[in-house]
Design a protein around this ligand. Structure first.
Ligand SMILES: [Zn+2]
Length: 121
């Protein structure tokens, strides 16, 4: 329950604080842009089953893969265009949020190895 609350708080509410930090005058517009980065989860539609409660997204879904995630962080650091950079920040923070969820799952998983939680990596 707490894990779910923290996860969705980070995905939907905390990004409002990021938007405010990013630009105090246009933070509502930027919050909406950060909310739009949730579309990265559309890659879940390619998985079977589409939703699986104890599955770690990081390394499993294509837009959460180890090939793409570094690009979000690099983009957040190096892209100069303000909106594209914000999208990259949103995607990078999305991956951090999902990664926290994976670590939480691992901590609850008594005798399973990290490789069982992080199946895709
Ligand atoms: Zn995700």
């Amino acid at each position: 329950m707490l894990q779910t609350l923290v996860h969705y708080f980070l995905h939907f509410i905390f990004i409002g604080a990021i938007a405010y930090w990013y630009d105090k005058t246009n933070w509502k517009k930027y919050w909406l842009i950060l909310l739009a980065t949730m579309l990265v989860d559309l890659d879940h539609l390619l998985a079977t089953p589409i939703f699986q409660a104890e599955r770690c997204s990081i390394g499993f879904h294509i837009l959460h893969s180890e090939y793409v995630v570094p690009l979000y962080f690099l983009g957040a650091i190096f892209i100069k265009h303000k909106i594209i950079r914000l999208v990259m920040i949103g995607l990078a923070f999305h991956m951090i949020t999902d990664f926290i969820d994976c670590l939480w799952m691992l901590s609850k998983c008594g005798n399973c190895a990290a490789s069982e939680v992080f199946r895709g990596i």
